[in-house]
Design a binder for this molecule. Sequence first.
Ligand code: 13P
Ligand code: SF4
Length: 305
Amino acid sequence: MSSSLQEDIKKLKNEKNAIILAHNYQPKEIQEIADFLGDSLELCIKATEIKDKDLVIFCGVDFMAETAYILNPDKKIVIPDIEAECPMANMLPEEELLKSIEENPDSKVVLYINSVAKSKQHADTLCTSANAVKVVNSLDSDKILFGPDSNLAKHVSEKINNKEIKPTPKDGHCYVHRLFSVEDIQLKRKEHPHAEIICHPECNIDVQEMSDQVLSTGGMLKYIAESDNDEFVIGTEIDMITRINREIPGKKIYPLLEGAICKTMKLHTLEKVKKALESEEPQIKLPKHICEKSLKAVKNMLDVS
Ligand code: 13P
Ligand code: SF4
């Protein structure tokens, strides 16, 4: 049953011809008012299909809303809480990337979409956890500079053996996915011997190696929906389980770790969404030249997705 705040949001959304896009890690009450929920790639693709909307409310972290802006620089892209940043994206500032590029002049540059716009403008292409292997495989170079997530870089290296994949920086990571350990997997295997363990490629490589599947959040949803198995342990942010339970009832879903919470994803609240719809602020804005250069990298990724 929706709350009166959710009803107000729905009414305002219609009046303003707005669309609410939300990442899979948003809490239940935000998932319930979203027009579209998805992983980073699905949200990026959706952002290419919103020409008829006057206002976009983006419930996710900064790099996701920025990518929507890069694709739609003439649209109002509003993020309910401007502090909703992804710390991993900030681990590869532009100066550091430029230094790595200078040191590796023969490499193609693949940046995880979880990167700052200033760095994105220097990438040959972007990737997400859903398409990283496909994107790297599509490049005609056998030397790849890959950042900022070193675990995703290792995941790709394990799947592709004819390319040298160099992480930049060496230890870029997500603090949430780093929480999962081999001990957590061992414990869950004992507690739920019939469950399949699915983790995200941002997890440490030993955790990935001990899991049954390594998938993006969108990949997890699809895999579980199509599987005959009815028990799963999920190694990613806790609210991914909220989405799975809402859309695939009847399966038993256990967290690999209860405390895997992305704090900045939780900054958005219904109150802030309502305020964002009313005030059309705070808006995402990026300099024109950064948008134009980054757009090429975004489009190159979408071309192979
Ligand atoms: P997905 O693209 O798989 O949803 O991952 C986004 C993210 O930030 C994971 O921490
Ligand atoms: Fe960034 Fe990690 Fe949060 Fe994903 S879960 S948005 S990578 S901090």
